[in-house]
Design a protein around this ligand. Structure first.
Ligand SMILES: Cc1ncc(COP(=O)(O)O)c(C=O)c1O
Length: 500
């Protein structure tokens, strides 16, 4: 099962073989047979659905909304068309095994840590991981050893960790079982994954990569190096985020022999629904076929469109869209050009305001907003007209409803707080007796809550962390600026739940 040098693998893909879509074909065949369905889902291929939904969805889509019936294999123990589809995916990505997921990369993150660690084992990971990685720490009882990501003062964004930070964490923690890396970040910044994976392996540890934002990287030479190509042991890709599979579908990849495959499969079964959507599975099969056979051409277009947008946005007074100039800053090894991270601070708007104006006035919806930026994704589904709508909306921001230019707001003076100190493990704090106290009296107490502004879904506070003045002040700024804050029992933040 040892991995062959992965750089060779891209050219090894057999386009002929990759044109196959065994799972999608089996699903379509079942629908064409017109078998009488005495099985779930209860809507019986659309017949029982109210016309208000049915007429808007289309009858073929509903007829395909099935779960495991004879001939459509079993996600917990695939032996037929699903096994074949997963093997084709593994070949397309150049890994040893691929597993289809129907609950996003979140379920991949839940499974990966539990597959390699037992309660009490420790894992090295950057503090700016997605909330699903913290959920995994709570489920698994794994002890986190946090690495601090590089904070970019100019952009007010966390990038990846540096080689030095990783080296120190590896040297200081010889007993850690694994390292979890996040690359690319939500903002499209990649680490030197090849170098990092080699370092992790040289220390005898398992390399896990949250590559939720990189399902496309493997398919284009101009994109940052993919973790699957770097020989990482476990990698999760959100195919629904940047490729064309349906929402919630993702793939988990396994390479090499450091991870016990049977344990991983057992853990996946703990987290899997017993009624996986065949539509989601078929959509992964189709997107793999599309990428393996014509991905480079599709991505050429997405890269070209995004570079065009970036150049035009950078000409709009008051706005800037980050590009290759940030490569080489600490924590920035490479950048995915298809991510458009637009800073609105000079113009005086928060990212939340920009998102609202774009949506309400110009019917353009971005992926993410934070205090300082909006982030737009350019994918296989975009064309020039859509790019023009985005750039046009951004170019009219200054002439807002009142016709007045925006006044400089908080964003010029706001700085993201330092990460709070960690006092208990996330699991210890989550299960500890708790009490609810007024927000003003919370400084110095230990949080039991996982409080996150979403997106990007990186928690400001994790169970077990101390509530510092800086973090509390920052949460108020976020709340007042209109951020979507999740995870607090009291969403107004008047009270907080802390360890008793
Ligand atoms: C870095 C990162 N990892 C994992 C996830 C979870 O992915 P999914 O939405 O596919 O569950 C996200 C979601 O935004 C993310 O940003």
């Amino acid at each position: 099962m040892a991995s062959v040098p992965v750089q060779l693998k891209r050219s090894e893909i057999s386009k002929e073989e990759q044109r196959k879509t065994p799972y999608l074909d089996a699903l379509l065949a079942y629908v064409r047979e017109e078998t009488v369905p005495f099985h779930v889902p209860g809507h019986k291929q659309g017949r029982g659905i109210h016309p208000k939904l049915k007429d808007n969805l289309g009858s073929l889509y509903l007829a395909m909304d099935l779960t495991e019936v004879l001939g459509l294999d079993n996600l917990s123990h695939p032996t037929g068309v699903l096994k074949e589809a997963q093997e084709l995916a593994a070949k397309a990505y150049g890994v040893d095994y691929s597993f289809f997921l129907v609950n996003g990369s979140s379920s991949g993150l839940h499974s990966m840590l539990m597959a390699v660690c037992n309660p009490g084992d420790s894992v090295i990971l950057p503090r700016n991981v997605h909330k699903s990685a913290f959920s995994s720490l709570i489920f698994s009882g794994v002890v986190p050893i946090y690495m601090m990501p590089e904070f970019d003062e100019k952009l007010q964004v966390d990038h990846t960790v540096t080689e030095k930070t990783l080296e120190k964490a590896l040297n200081d923690n010889p007993n850690a079982k694994a390292v979890l890396l996040v690359s690319p970040t939500y903002y499209g910044v990649s680490a030197d994954v090849k170098r990092f994976v080699d370092m992790i392996h040289a220390h005898g540890k398992i390399a896990i990569v949250d590559e939720a934002w990189g399902p496309h990287l493997h398919f284009h030479p101009k994109l940052p190096f993919a973790a699957t190509d770097a020989g990482a042991d476990l990698v999760v890709n959100s195919t629904h985020k940047l490729l064309s599979s349906l929402t919630q579908s993702s793939i988990l990849h396994l390479s090499g022999n450091r991870v016990d495959r049977s344990r991983l499969e057992a853990v996946l079964q703990l987290f899997l629904t017993t009624s996986p959507s065949c539509l989601l599975l078929a959509s992964i099969d189709a997107t793999r076929m599309q990428m393996a056979t014509e991905g480079e051409r599709w991505l050429d277009k997405a890269i070209m469109l995004s570079e065009d947008a970036r150049a035009r946005i950078n000409k709009i007074p008051g706005l800037s869209c980050i590009g290759r100039e940030i490569i080489g800053r600490p924590g920035v090894f490479a950048l995915d050009p298809t991510r458009l991270v637009v800073s609105s601070t000079e113009l005086g708007y928060t990212g939340y305001e920009v998102e609202n104006i774009l949506r309400k006035k110009y019917h353009v919806q971005v992926e993410l907003s934070d205090l300082f930026h909006v982030v737009a994704l350019v994918t296989l589904g975009d064309d020039q007209e859509q790019i023009d709508r985005l750039v046009d909306g951004l170019s009219r921001l200054e002439a807002n409803d009142s016709g007045e230019p925006p006044k400089p707001r908080i964003t010029k003076n706001v700085k993201l707080p330092d990460w709070p100190p960690f006092r208990l493990t996330p699991r210890e704090a989550f299960v500890a007796p708790h009490e609810t106290i007024p927000f003003e009296r919370a400084v110095g107490r230990i949080s039991t809550e996982l409080i996150t502004t979403y997106p990007p879904g990186i928690p400001s506070l994790v169970p077990g962390e101390e509530l510092t003045r800086d973090v509390l002040d920052y949460l108020v700024i976020e709340r007042d600026a209109g951020s979507r804050i999740t995870g607090a029992a009291d969403s107004t933040l008047s009270t907080l739940r802390v360890v008793k």
